[in-house]
Design a protein around this ligand. Structure first.
Ligand code: GLY
Length: 588
């Protein structure tokens, strides 16, 4: 039976078919963020009225329940996020932060909400350095209280619901509370990642007790209850986000961070009490008659994606096609140039001046694009000199950033019956975050998205730690418009590979005409720094000789994207989830 399903989905994928109604493509194999995983093919789902896709079937079902009950896209997103924090706790939850990009169908307007974590007011640029001013080792910084930023997700859910929700706040908690109290099936992916974590996840007693009941790692299919999370959700359902940011839960979060046996942190109750979600203007970039819109600083997502696409605009990728090393040379070098700018200039704009408009200016991108005119890989890539937005300021000098962002995070997309569209990328940063657990959920390690190095030869790094600042992100929640109408919503987990995963999906769909599911399932190929990264075990490996001949170093490895997307057009919604993880789409 399993073989027949796999055969059907593979065939459906090849033929670009869609499965109507309830979907579909939950992988029954583990596709971990570490080497050794497998993947299963996916098939798109079609609907006429609404669609939701998320990284776990139980979470998608919670969203579908809200939409069936007449809920809005935001209602569905809240229910999905609360369940994800239970069934995919390693990736996102109320202990983390998120960015939401939202299309309001009635107002015909895009907006974005920044629920990114903030650094404690007691933090300094030296947070991740030893006594000699040397950067700490990455995992030494991650595990424990030091890396924990003020969580933003609970307030984001509330702010979004107050603005765009239809169902009662309490109603949105029902699926997650039910699953936490009655238990849910541990997924293959969660069980696999717990086993792979081993002793690192046993460092703190509450975390060890939850993920290693009776001392053994959680097994696939075990029924897991989380009464502490259910109690936390009851508090939030009754008291709103204030029940998180003040009172006993806030005190417990602060105590857990400050008294962590490893790496005690700096979070204070005042950091929680003063946390604010910020509504920001979207950052949009033109590409082949489309507007590709997403989250601006403190995310580097929309700016870097917009730069990549802007540099590629003059080149005929369609004629070259996806098997051509020349197409990937252009994409890879455009990405390397964009990442050089990202590492120099992009950070939390509320704290450091940024050339935000200059980075996407047509003349600037045209000049950067000219650098791609040669035949071979660029031997060296450096940040450019975009115009600064603050013309009367002397342009500040920044040193390059040294943040290391490893794969993590989760993606939610929804279209509701009224045509509202959302894309939310949500995270606790590293898999299992700081490994500290309180109230049945994991606390983030988002502060390690700052550069550990704060300056070089006296020149400051833009993305250095500062009190109250948000660490730079790569999350790229995206809504694409054509003639002012949304035609696609998407995003992915994956640390700084997120940007490349989203770029590959967009180019595959819009330049190479692939169905949205095929675009997601197509082998991952991207570049951030010098090497081109090819997805192991896929046809992308065939590009290796051609790319090497063009002068690129090539790395072949696991590239576990987790793209969720909904294509909107011709009276139909087409939901698709990444077969590399466990996500599904459901639509009607
Ligand atoms: N922590 C993942 C990101 O924000 O890019």
């Amino acid at each position: 039976m399993k073989r027949r399903t796999a055969l059907f989905t593979t065939l459906a994928l090849y033929l670009g078919l869609a499965t109507p109604g309830l979907a579909q493509q939950a992988s029954d194999t583990l596709a971990p963020e570490r080497p050794g995983g497998a993947s299963a093919a996916g098939a798109a789902v079609t609907g006429k009225s609404w669609m939701v896709a998320a990284a776990n079937p139980l979470a998608t079902q919670a969203g579908a329940e809200m939409l069936r009950a007449g809920g809005s896209a935001v209602d569905a997103m809240v229910a999905v996020q609360l369940v994800l924090g239970l069934v995919e706790p390693q990736s996102s939850g109320i202990g983390g932060g998120a960015f939401l990009v939202y299309w309001d169908a009635k107002e015909r307007k895009l907006t974005t909400f920044d629920g990114r974590e903030t650094a404690p007011m007691a933090a300094t640029p030296l947070l991740f350095q030893n006594e000699k001013g040397e950067p700490l080792g990455f995992m030494a910084a991650v595990v424990g209280g030091r890396s924990v930023g003020t969580p933003g997700t609970p307030r984001l859910l509330e702010v979004a619901h107050r603005r765009f929700g239809k169902l009662a706040w309490r109603r949105l908690f029902e699926p997650a509370i039910g699953l936490a109290e009655q238990g849910f099936d541990v997924s293959p992916r969660l069980a696999g990642l717990v086993a792979a974590e081993g002793d690192a996840l046993k460092r703190f007693a509450s975390t060890a007790n939850y993920f290693f009941p009776d001392g053994a790692p959680l097994k696939t299919g075990a029924i897991l209850k989380n009464p502490a999370y259910a109690a936390t959700l009851h508090t939030l359902a009754d008291e709103g986000a204030d029940g998180f940011y003040s009172g006993p839960l806030a005190a417990e979060i602060v105590r857990t961070v400050r008294e962590a046996p490893a790496n005690p942190g700096l979070l204070a109750e005042s950091d929680l009490a003063t946390f604010r979600v910020k509504e920001r203007a979207p950052v949009c970039a033109p590409y082949r008659g489309l507007d590709v819109c997403g989250m601006g600083p403190p995310s580097s997502g929309a700016l870097t994606l917009g730069q990549i696409l802007g540099m590629l605009e003059p080149y005929d990728l369609k004629a070259l096609g996806p098997s051509s090393p020349e197409a990937w040379r252009l994409i890879a070098d455009a990405s390397r140039l964009a990442f050089a700018d990202r590492n120099r200039y992009m950070a939390d704009e509320d704290f450091v001046p940024m050339p935000t408009r200059g980075l996407l200016a047509t003349d600037y991108l045209k000049a950067r694009s000219e650098l791609l005119r040669g035949d071979d890989a660029l031997p060296e890539v450096a940040a450019g000199t975009p115009k600064w937005d603050h013309a009367r300021l002397d342009p500040p000098a920044y040193a390059d950033d040294a943040a290391l962002e490893l794969p993590s995070t989760s993606q939610i997309v929804v279209v509701d019956a009224e045509g509202n569209v959302l894309s939310m990328t949500t995270t606790i940063e590293n898999g299992f975050g700081s490994r500290l657990m309180v109230g049945g959920f994991l606390l983030n390690n988002e502060l390690t998205d700052f550069s550990f190095k704060s300056q070089e030869n006296g020149v400051p790094v833009a993305n250095r730690v500062e009190p109250g600042k948000r660490p730079r992100s790569s999350m790229t929640p995206t809504i694409v418009l054509r003639d002012g109408e949304p035609v696609l919503t998407l995003g992915s987990p994956g640390g700084s590979q997120i940007i490349g995963y989203v770029a590959k999906t967009l180019i595959s769909h819009f330049d190479w005409g692939m169905d949205i599911q095929a675009a997601i399932s197509a082998p991952n190929v991207l570049a951030r720094f010098d090497a081109v990264e090819l997805e192991k075990g896929t046809s992308a490996e065939a590009l290796e000789p051609g790319l090497k001949a063009l002068g690129f170093p090539v790395k072949i490895g696991e590239m576990t994207s987790g793209v969720q997307a909904i294509a909107i057009g011709d009276g139909e919604l087409r939901g698709a989830a990444d077969p590399r993880r466990e996500g599904i789409a459901i639509g009607e």
